[in-house]
Design a protein around this ligand. Structure first.
Ligand code: SF4
Length: 381
């Protein structure tokens, strides 16, 4: 067996954990957002059609090899646990292991990296997408990150072609619908461009997932951030609205503005009130709202709009109605990875573990519980 490998980028959305990762571009062509640590110091480049095709060929060769081994092991071409173990035990490359895992999970999903593949000219992008489906069978979904600013520069006809070539889901890091916040954070896009891009992507028949970042308005602009973001998303009606709460540990550029006092972050409780205001003002849309990111305090705030709006607001109110010491208890349980929502505080086994940890922390680090909570949350980035 040859030790095959192909290039993969550093990140993917949580919802693409079981997707095959293929890299069409490297890093981010904008790379200026103050809250984003991901590609800082890494130069952007477009990969050529030849490079991407070579990677697709390598992935296809891996798939052939894996299936051949499966047949030999009597698994009829399926990737069972035994077949997967066969490859993992042989120390295959990371990309090879990811193809084994992809076949094992059998999702049919591909995520193309990195931050903004719509920055590729339409002809080469279409050629890469078509080649991908020609060489690898059984792909049902191809997803990419994209910037609104870039999507809004494509014509509707170009987005239609890209959809026809197979790209059927786009994740946009909207982050905010407030022009004040977007400008301060150097996002390089306006609320209007978010609306235009979102509508064009949807008109092309591409499933649209918009990320909104609670906390990004800080104490100065939190209300505007919530209301303007709700206005923009209500104008777009994306298929998904995904929450990913701001954290500002030291490696993040925004840390400088926090240190200088230019940006004042909200407390956990203030962010939850902001999320409540935001959800309350989402109107006339049918999106699924997901809180599936580890940095969100209340993971159970999710559901379809408008059907589950009251349910989501009630989940938030359950938290806000807690006494301050119970909120602190919940926050610690969440940062320990034990709680997903306030309802988990009815589980005596979990409550006991959190209480024990709280007692220990208060004894060992008197008066420092808020700092510890911040450190724990920042470790999740
Ligand atoms: S556009 Fe996205 S990847 Fe690029 S710097 Fe901004 S948040 Fe980070």
């Amino acid at each position: 067996m040859k030790n095959l490998s192909f290039e993969q980028g550093p990140i993917r959305p949580p919802s693409e954990a079981r997707s095959l990762l293929l890299r069409f571009t490297r890093n981010c062509n904008w790379n200026q957002c103050l809250f984003c640590p991901v590609y800082k110091g890494q130069p952007f480049s477009r990969r050529t059609v030849a490079e991407v095709k070579a990677d697709i060929d390598t992935a296809a060769e891996m798939i052939d090899e894996i299936k051949a081994v499966s047949w030999k092991m009597g698994a009829s071409g399926q990737v069972t646990q035994a077949v997967a173990r066969h490859f993992f035990d042989r120390n295959v490359s990371q990309s090879y292991a990811s193809v084994v895992a992809w076949l094992f999970h059998d999702t049919g999903s591909v995520f193309i990296q990195d931050a903004n593949n719509l920055v590729l000219k339409t002809d080469p992008l279409v050629e890469m997408l078509e080649y991908l489906q020609e060489r690898i069978q059984g792909i049902s979904r191809i997803t990419s990150y994209a910037r609104s600013q870039t999507a809004a520069r494509k014509t509707q006809d170009e987005l239609d072609r890209i959809r026809q070539a197979g790209l059927n889901r786009i994740h946009v890091g909207m982050e905010s619908g407030s022009d004040t916040v977007l400008k301060f954070m150097k996002k390089g896009v306006t609320a209007e461009a978010h609306i235009q891009a979102g509508r064009m992507i949807k008109a092309a028949g591409i499933e649209l997932s918009e990320y909104w970042m609670p906390g990004l308005g800080g104490r100065a602009w939190w209300r505007e951030h919530a209301l303007e973001s709700a206005r923009v998303l209500s104008a777009v009606n994306p298929d998904f609205i995904r929450l990913r709460t701001l954290r500002v540990p030291e490696p993040i550029p925004l840390y400088q503005q926090v240190a200088s006092g230019e940006f004042e972050p909200q407390s956990d409780d203030e962010v939850i009130e902001e999320i409540r205001l935001f959800i309350d003002h989402l109107e006339g849309i049918t999106s699924f709202l997901a809180s599936d990111h580890i940095m969100n305090l209340l993971q159970d705030v999710e559901g379809y709009l408008p059907r589950d709006k009251d349910f989501m607001l009630a989940a938030i109110d359950r938290y806000l109605d807690l006494e301050p010491d119970r909120r602190l208890h919940y926050r610690l349980g969440r940062r320990m990875g034990l709680y997903h929502g306030v309802a988990d505080m009815t589980r005596f086994d979990l409550v006991a573990r959190v209480d024990q940890t709280m007692d220990r922390l208060k004894t060992q680090y008197p008066g420092q519980i808020e700092r510890i909570m911040t450190d724990l949350a920042n470790q999740m980035i």
